[in-house]
Design a protein around this ligand. Structure first.
Ligand code: NAP
Length: 364
């Protein structure tokens, strides 16, 4: 059934370069096309990629005007009959009124959007819309890093950076389900109590990263957990933490790099001088030496998986079958306060996930 265009609210940026260009506006949304569902968005998950995209530092940043946002939850309002060649199977069938979560290649910061049904999932009935919106990107990132690239095995010892953040907490959950041994790092001791409480990590398994003594910190933690080295490292911080971690991997170790938090610009615009300096000082590895060290480094950006949407869907299904706890929501902001939410998220001080909520009006 084809419906007519509806009015929606969006956060749109005229062109990448500054978060200051992000504006709340009303615009029309055409009816969903075959294979799409129109979603009344209830919650939106924030990601570093949103900030990098708005600043123009993300390789996949769209040209010209765009709406940021990669993940959401909401209610199916309309669904267009699917092209028989891309017919959804099994639990990937959706009806009007279903509660769903999903990923979108930009366009998430909206009150309504048309989503490819292959990028939608039903979420567990006891989860809130916030939990649903917080799940897909961090879940898929953690899964892809641990399983698809990291080839994590039972009893592997895994170092997880930014362990109190969205992806970090999800990775710890998955490692626990897969009976691995985890060590987490955080940037400040303000997150320590939270991480101890939320995760199953003991204090001795958490490192508050100290740039001057990081190598020593890794040795101490390995001694205390009676391990010679790490089998796997999930690194989203990079900078001068990458090489010491690499050195502390066992032969056969895999370092999975998927972010550079320590190079994250603060403020509305990138500080190009600071970025350039950290780029020049970026860590380097010699691939020939890696042969005799028997260690590897793999890097990825989830956005490339849009070219393999079926894989995306299957990974999400595998992840959901683990029966994980709902993601921890660190902070929720009303939709019209997206800029404030991004500022807080950008500070690096948040724990768990930061979400925007439609229809939520907090007293100012
Ligand atoms: N490649 C991909 O496809 C992909 C997909 C999703 C996420 N990611 C990356 O994964 C990381 C975690 O993502 P998330 O969404 O779950 O975010 P998050 O962990 O909730 O927040 C990011 C964390 O980065 C850390 N950080 C380190 N240095 C920082 C700095 N200079 N400024 C700000 N924060 C800094 C902070 O934790 P600590 O200081 O405690 O370490 C902060 O909590 C991000 O780097 C993100 O870009 C990559």
């Amino acid at each position: 059934m084809t419906t007519s265009e509806i009015k929606r609210k969006v956060w749109r940026i005229s062109r990448a370069g500054s978060l200051g260009r992000l504006k709340l506006q009303s615009e029309g949304l055409p009816p969903p096309r075959p294979g799409e569902a129109r979603i009344a968005v209830k919650a939106i998950g924030l990601n570093f990629a949103d900030i990098f995209a708005c600043l123009g530092l993300y390789s996949a940043t769209p040209k010209g005007s765009f709406i940021p946002g990669l993940e959401f939850s909401g209610i199916v309002e309309e669904i267009e009959p699917i092209n028989p060649r891309s017919r959804a199977k099994g639990n990937r069938q959706f009806r009007k009124g279903d509660k769903v979560m999903g990923v979108t290649r930009f366009g998430g910061y909206a009150s309504h959007l048309n989503a490819d049904i292959r990028c939608l999932w039903h979420f567990p009935s006891n989860w809130s819309f916030s939990a649903g919106a917080a799940f897909p990107i961090q879940g898929l990132t953690a899964w892809y890093a641990l399983k698809e690239l990291g080839n994590m095995q039972k009893k592997d010892t895994v170092l997880v950076h930014s362990a109190a953040g969205g992806v970090g907490l999800m990775a710890l959950e998955i490692i626990h389900k897969m009976q691995g041994k985890a060590v987490g790092t955080i940037g400040s001791d303000e997150k320590l109590a939270f991480l101890e409480k939320r995760s199953r990590l003991k204090k001795s398994e958490i490192i508050v990263r100290d740039p001057k003594n990081y190598s020593l910190q890794l040795s101490q933690v390995l001694r205390s957990i009676k391990e010679e080295g790490f089998d796997l490292i999930l690194d989203s911080v990079a900078g001068h933490y990458l090489l010491p971690g690499y050195k502390k991997m066992k032969p056969g170790g895999r370092l999975i790099l998927f972010g550079a938090g320590s190079m994250m610009p603060t403020g509305n615009r990138p500080n190009y001088l600071r970025l350039w300096k950290s780029y020049l000082r970026r860590p380097r590895l010699d691939p020939l030496a890696m042969i005799s060290q028997n260690k590897g480094l793999l890097a990825f950006n989830l956005i490339w998986l849009w070219k393999e949407i079926e894989k995306f869907a299957a990974m999400g299904d595998n992840l959901l079958s683990l029966g994980l706890r709902p993601p921890h929501i660190g902070a929720a902001y009303p939709f019209d306060q997206a800029k404030k939410a991004l500022q807080v998220f950008q500070s690096g001080k948040t724990v768990g996930k930061v979400v925007l909520l439609n229809g939520y009006h907090r007293r100012r």
